[in-house]
Design a protein around this ligand. Structure first.
Ligand code: ADP
Length: 637
């Protein structure tokens, strides 16, 4: 199959330098990169989805695309419309029905013919009207002439002339009713239509008949002139794209399915009490290919019959979030920048260093070693902001400096919110980045997937009246319980404190909406151990990691953002799971600010985080011994 040509193959590539960020591309700036004409060739990654689109276009099948926003779903749907044959396009006309004014007639003609037909009708009506008004003026002239001859009848003559004039005007309206309404016009379309019906209300999706305020008395607009096409009609022979398909109300989804099944759908007024609701046209063709899109949720909540319709007669495809970082891919990302610059039309092209910085950002945003992010709408946003900054400065090229400034400016809402929290917390002096405190640990969390922040955890231990309890607030409860359970197995073996007779209180010093706390168990365990053993924790240390029953530190998400947050908050050491070391892609400016310590066991965490030798040393030693044994006996059983 035609998978589109590899455009980077046309460009000069230095085979010895493919390891660099540009993948060996020999260019002066993105201006040297040729952007392919066809949209389908501009799509980066998503080979699977692209393959399906090419196939589905050939076979005229429906497609369901599931995936993250901004990964190219609507772009691919539009690309599909460019692949459909233009020859089949049709114009649709609505005619007055002399037998029943409320059931306008529908005629379908080849694209371009519609305008001609309407023109011909108009021309005819014009001629007829000319004839009539010629006739009218002659009659008026005769009447007035006669009135002048017959003395005393002048007033009567003028009156009669007026009546004749109005009568002609009124009756000429009837000939307008014969002009058809061009419902769907494909005359100027170079490709098959692409209609985006995302979030469309019923009228916009299914067509509508406008209300007529003058329903009688000869002032009314003929019903066929009030008929309006919906997206399902405009996309005839083309592509109907519906994103967030589940947000379409069930009735509309049902009707959409009827249109798919029948290949035609009558237009009627959508507001029930208007005069439009009395009108129903003959069926209007709706022979479109549907591309439905959404996230996982969308698929579960969409009308099951519609879903199975697509499944049975089409394809379902899952969009990739990231793609493997290869020299060829990096060259394509350079082309992506060229595409975005050309699409915008006003941005200065990017010089090589600027391109490199964007590709670096694509690596960082992938949050996965050896991968590039495919959330390209957002990356395109960065390109535009950087280009705008360059343009505002009348720069010839967009440079690395512009990209860096854009990155600061184009932060997500969550990042801005996180920054505000940090600011506010500074006011209240909530972040402690120095000194040693018992039971207090600087944990790290992620907000909105791309903003890290420091989230201090406090633990306090008090003798219990009954059996010991873990008391935590809100969402913390589950994580806290699990974390404590995991350490308690270890603690039991070495601690003099019997935690089953203690109440352990755990709280975040300050918690926020939307914070994902899944990875806080190492933090909590450290806080609890510190409180139990009364050994202070160094506040210049931040940490993240998940804890197993054995005391192993397991990998977590978002380490890059967490490390950067710790550095920003003034910590000088950050503990992360060793298994996450490969995910670390912090910006250069942070590298000198913070020391990253990879760990694989809780004893290493305590070794770094606890202050106050010699208690700490003895604790860590005991822990190492005991968990060593625990491990051995564990693996033996
Ligand atoms: P979605 O429909 O998945 O939310 P879009 O197709 O609307 O995303 O993508 C928005 C824009 O982001 C596109 O117009 C294009 O500029 C860019 N883009 C997104 N995905 C890709 C991709 N895979 N290849 C090239 N550009 C992309």
């Amino acid at each position: 199959p035609d998978l589109g040509r590899d455009v980077s193959a046309d460009m000069v590539v230095d085979e010895d330098a493919t390891d660099d960020l540009l993948g060996g591309l020999q260019i002066g700036s993105t201006a040297d990169i040729e952007v392919p004409d066809r949209l389908v060739d501009q799509v980066i990654g998503q080979d699977h989805a692209r393959d399906i689109i090419l196939k589905a276009a050939k076979q005229r099948r429906h497609v369901m695309m599931i995936g993250s926003p901004g990964t190219g779903k609507s772009m691919l749907a539009k690309a599909m419309s460019q692949l459909l044959p233009r020859e089949e396009l049709q114009d649709v006309l609505v005619y007055h029905n002399p037998d029943d004014g409320n059931e306008p007639k529908i005629r379908t003609v080849p694209a371009g013919k519609g305008e001609q037909i309407v023109e011909a009708h108009k021309e005819e009506a014009r001629k007829r009207n000319q004839m009539r008004s010629f006739l009218m003026w002659i009659i008026i002239a005769i009447v007035i002439g006669y009135a002048l001859i017959v003395e005393g009848a002048v007033l009567l003559g003028i009156l009669a002339a007026g009546v004749i004039y109005l009568a002609f005007r009124y009756s000429s309206r009837g000939s307008d009713a014969m002009i058809p309404n061009l419902l769907v016009n494909n005359a100027d379309h170079q490709t098959a239509p692409f209609e985006d019906a995302t979030g469309a209300h019923a009228g916009a999706l299914l067509g509508d008949v406008r209300h007529d305020p003058f329903q009688s008395g000869g002032m009314e607009t003929p019903s066929h002139d009030r008929v309006e096409a919906g997206a399902i009609h405009k996309s005839n022979k083309g592509v109907l794209f519906v994103d967030e398909i589940n947000t379409l109300d069930i009735r509309s989804q049902q009707k959409l399915m009827t249109a798919i099944q029948e290949g035609e759908f009558s237009i009627t007024g959508q507001s029930e009490r208007s005069s439009g609701a009395m009108v129903q046209t003959e069926p209007v063709p709706t022979d479109f290919v549907m591309v439905a899109a959404g996230n996982m949720d969308a698929m579960e909540n969409m009308h099951p019959a519609l879903r199975s319709r697509i499944k049975g007669y089409g394809y379902e495809v899952y969009m990739d979030d990231t793609i493997e970082d290869t020299p060829e891919m990096r060259r394509k990302y350079a082309r992506f920048i060229a595409q975005e610059v050309e699409k915008d039309g006003r941005l200065p092209h990017f010089d090589n260093e600027a391109v490199e910085e964007v590709i670096l950002e694509a690596q960082r945003r992938a949050q996965r070693k050896g991968h590039l992010t495919l959330e390209l709408r957002n990356l395109g946003g960065l390109v535009r902001v950087a280009g705008d900054i360059a343009r505002a400065e009348d720069a010839e090229y967009t440079t690395r400096d512009h990209v860096l400034r854009a990155k600061r400016r184009s932060r997500s809402i969550e990042q801005q919110l996180a920054d505000q929290y940090i600011e506010r917390r500074k006011d209240y002096d909530m972040t402690v980045a120095e000194g040693d405190v018992v039971g207090r640990v600087n944990g790290l969390a992620v907000m909105g997937g791309d903003s890290g922040m420091v989230m201090p955890v406090m633990a306090e231990v008090a003798p219990s009246q009954g059996p010991g309890e873990v008391i935590a607030t809100g969402k913390l409860q589950d994580i806290a319980q699990e974390a404590v359970m995991n350490v308690s197995a270890i603690l039991k073996k070495f601690s003099d404190e019997d935690i089953s007779k203690q109440d352990i209180h755990i709280q975040y010093v300050q918690s926020y909406e939307g914070v994902q706390g899944d990875s806080a168990s190492v933090t909590m365990a450290t806080a609890v151990i510190s409180a139990l053993e009364n050994i202070p924790v160094s506040q210049s240390v931040a940490m993240t990691g998940s804890l197993s029953v054995r005391g192993d530190v397991l990998p977590v998400g978002g380490v890059t953002h967490k490390i950067e947050a710790a550095a920003k908050a003034g910590m000088d050491t950050v503990i992360i799971p060793a298994a996450n070391m490969q995910d670390v892609m912090i910006e250069d400016e942070f590298k000198d600010q913070i020391e990253i310590i990879p760990v694989s066991h809780i004893s290493e965490v305590l070794d770094v985080a606890l202050a106050g030798e010699p208690e700490k040393d003895s604790l860590v030693d005991r822990l190492k011994n005991i968990t060593g044994q625990a491990l051995e006996s564990g693996s033996g059983s």
